[in-house]
Structures are given as C-alpha cells and as structure tokens.
Design a protein around this ligand. Structure first.
Ligand SMILES: *Cc1c(COP(=O)(O)O)cnc(C)c1O
Length: 420
C-alpha cells in the first residue's frame, strides 16, 4: 500500500482548525516517521502549543503560568468591523496626546498620587523610578530587602541596570532607622528604596523600618509594593477588607506615609493586564516621564484599554467585576453549592492561594471536588484544557479560581476522565 500523500493527510486534519501549512508540517513529519496515523496527534500537539483559554482549577488565583490575573472581559465590539481608539489623540484639540493621560487621572484618583505613569511590568516600573531619581548616585536598601521575585527579578540587578549604585544597610533580619541615617550622611543618596518581601516571610528576631520613618531622612523614598493593592480600605468591596490582606502594603497608604514614588504590577492583586505603575509626587513622576527608557517600556494599546477597564471598575466600586476580587471574596457557601451541583466527585474543603508571588503562606478557605487517581494529564487534554492539582493520590479541582460560567465544562471534563 502507498503511504497517503502529504496533502491528502493534511486535508484529513481540517477539523482541527489548524492553518493548512501547520497541518502540512504535521503530515510531513508523520509520513517521514513511517507512521501516517501520527499526523493527528502531532497536529493536535501543534494546536496545543498555541495560546488557548484554560480553566484554572488550581485554586491559585494569580497563577504565573496561566498569565496571573484573569482579565475583566473586554467590552464587546460595537460591530463585526474594526474601529480605532484615541490612544494618542487629544479629542479636545485634535492634536497628538499621550496614552498616559488615559490612565494617570484614574490612578491618581484611586491612590491619592499627584501623577502616575504606566510601563510594561512591575520590574520596568522600578527600573524607571530608580533611573529617574538616582542614576549615577547611591540608593540605600536594607539587606533584608535585596530579594528575588519570580522570573529572575533581583533587586541588586535592577538597581545596577538603572545606573544607580547599591548601598546595603543593616542585616538580613534586622535593619534600623540609624542604619539608613548613617548611609544617608556618608553617601550621595539619590533615593532610599523600600521593597516589599512579596514572596516570602521573615519571622522571629526581625526588624524593618517603615516608610513614614524613612521619609524623615530627606532623600525621596521609592517603595516597591509589588502587588498593586490600591487602598488598604478596599472601598471597591462590599464588606470590610478581607483578613488575609493584612500586612500587604497598599499604594494609597504608602504614599500618605511619605513615599515619593510607589511602584507595582498591574496583574497581581490589582487584577489587570501585565503592566507596571509608577505613582507619586508630580515632580518625581515627571522625572520618570522624561527618561528615553520610558518610550522603550511603554504599554501597548491593548494594555491601556484593559487597564482602563480595570481601573474604571475600581472607581465604580464594582470589585465583583474584577475577576481577582470576585474569586478572592466568593463566599464558601456559594462554592459549596457549585461543587455539589457539579454532580461528580467528592465535595472537599481546600485552601486557595493568592499566588503571583503575593501573600505567601496565606490560604483562603475554599471548596473543590476530588476524584480518585491522577487525572491531571487527561484534564489538560480536554477542550478547553482544565488545570487542577494533585492531592494525595487524588485529583483536586478548586472552584474558587474557576469562573462559575465554566462549571459545566468542569463537570463534563471530570465525568469524561473518570468514566472507566
Ligand atoms: C512581582 C514583583 C515585582 C515584579 O513585577 P513584574 O510585574 O513581575 O515585573 C517587583 N517587585 C515586587 C515587590 C514584586 O512583588
């Protein structure tokens, strides 16, 4: 028997919704390997390498591998066509405007900052802040805050890239105001940097200096608060601030304590797209805005739109419209009812985590369904893929990180992978 032609084999994969050249590649590889039936799995694997929507049932609300915060759904297009946006057009004057002026007024209203600037991510925000205030000068940092955040973000390296010089003070576990003061007296200090220990906790014999005390020393204080909690009082939530937020620094309170600049990510607790925000005094933000570096790190129009949508939800006090806050504050009873309604697996208590390098060690009580055995690979193979957790010898799907609209998908996937 002749092997099938590449073209015929590729055309037999048309149902996979893969562009023809990619189906041809799969067909060619299968025929070359002597096993034409391998074409379908190869084509399926090629499809799986693309970016696809995934159901996150890990209970990690900001899952780094799943893009951190899920986005507020974009507004539906007005028509099937296309439409431009006033990204850099000032509609008053008809002249060129700034993409930053879409977001700055919203960020200042939410945080009490005088001005704000948006860049590509949290690391870029800190890079810009340090370059603006301290390039060619010294930056004082506690030895307890020379941290590494996921993805290779290391404070000493970002500091070096900014052109500033690092002056370490104190010890790993204890740093006092006097340590900072001595450094300020001896060095050419452009800024004092305070970094939130986002992804780990120090307990025991420890001492750190707060922003209010640092602000008395003279040089501007840059506070990298990390997660983008806008206000410790969470006015966008119906109830009081959740207890698990305690200790998480917030932009509004850090600026009120005297920081010249705060920097944070857009896609952690803020619940928006990948972005970095620098917010603070008008003078310090305009020093940032003047850097040529900012042009290289500017956010794209898609990010400006998604961040604007998120910030408008905060201003309208619609925390439940922001997926992170909706997930984080969903009552246990609602999760229990959803788990029972799935009608498959055993309803179990579990603990969700904020994730994204935020709130380490803190769990949020949650409810999931467990099925015996390791079904993780089969669930990832579902369309759309479902990502769960191994627990003991069982597979656990935590409902807190799942959009209720996806419960039916979860039920169907679980039923399919557990049917012998
Ligand atoms: C997450 C984090 C960063 C890095 O932010 P990205 O948006 O990942 O670039 C920097 N500093 C702190 C304290 C963080 O928690």
């Amino acid at each position: 028997m002749h092997p099938p032609s590449v073209d015929a084999l590729a055309r037999s994969l048309a149902d996979l919704d893969l562009p023809h050249p990619l189906a041809v590649d799969a067909a060619r590889e299968a025929i070359a390997s002597g096993d034409p039936t391998a074409a379908r799995p190869l084509a399926e694997a090629a499809r799986r390498r693309l970016l696809v929507p995934v159901v996150n049932a890990t209970g990690v609300l900001l899952h780094t591998n799943l893009g951190r915060a899920p986005l507020v759904p974009a507004r539906p297009p007005a028509s099937a066509g296309w439409r431009a946006a006033n990204l850099e057009l000032d509609l008053e004057t008809g002249r060129r405007g700034s993409r930053q002026s879409r977001l700055a007024p919203l960020l200042t209203r939410l945080t009490g900052a005088e001005d704000a600037l948006v860049v590509n991510n949290g690391a870029a925000a800190l890079l810009v802040a340090l370059a603006a205030l301290a390039a060619g000068r010294d930056v004082v940092v506690s030895r307890g805050e020379l941290v590494e955040i996921g993805g290779g973000f290391r404070i000493p390296e970002v500091l070096q890239a900014s052109g500033a010089r690092l002056v370490e003070v104190g010890t790993t576990n204890r740093t006092r105001l006097g340590d900072y003061r001595a450094a300020v007296e001896r060095h050419d200090v452009g800024a004092i940097l305070k970094v939130h220990q986002s992804n780990f906790r120090q307990v025991g014999f420890t001492e750190q200096v707060d922003v209010a005390s640092l602000a008395t020393l003279g040089p501007p204080v840059v506070a990298d608060i990390g997660s983008g909690l806008l206000d410790a009082n969470t006015p966008w939530l119906a109830g009081p601030p959740p207890s698990w937020l305690a200790g998480e620094p917030a932009a509004r309170q850090t600026l009120a304590a005297g920081a010249a600049l705060v920097t944070f990510s857009g896609d952690k607790l803020l619940g928006g797209p990948q972005a970095g925000v620098v917010a603070g005094s008008a003078e310090a933000v305009s020093a940032c805005a003047r850097l040529p570096l900012v042009r290289a790190l500017r956010p794209g129009g898609l990010v400006v739109e998604a961040l604007q949508t998120t910030l408008l939800a905060y201003l309208s006090r619609q925390g439940r419209a922001i997926p992170f806050w909706r997930m984080a504050t969903e009552p246990l009873a609602a999760l229990e009812a959803r788990a029972a309604a799935l009608g498959v697996g055993e309803v179990v208590r579990c603990r969700s985590a904020a994730g994204g390098g935020s709130l380490p060690g803190l769990g949020i009580d949650s409810v999931g369904v467990a099925v015996p055995g390791d079904r993780l690979a089969a669930l990832r193979g579902w369309d759309p893929p479902v990502v769960g957790l191994a627990r003991g010898g069982a597979t656990l799907l935590d409902l807190r990180s799942v959009d209720p609209a996806d419960d039916e998908i979860l039920a169907a996937a679980l039923a399919a992978v557990t049917t012998p």
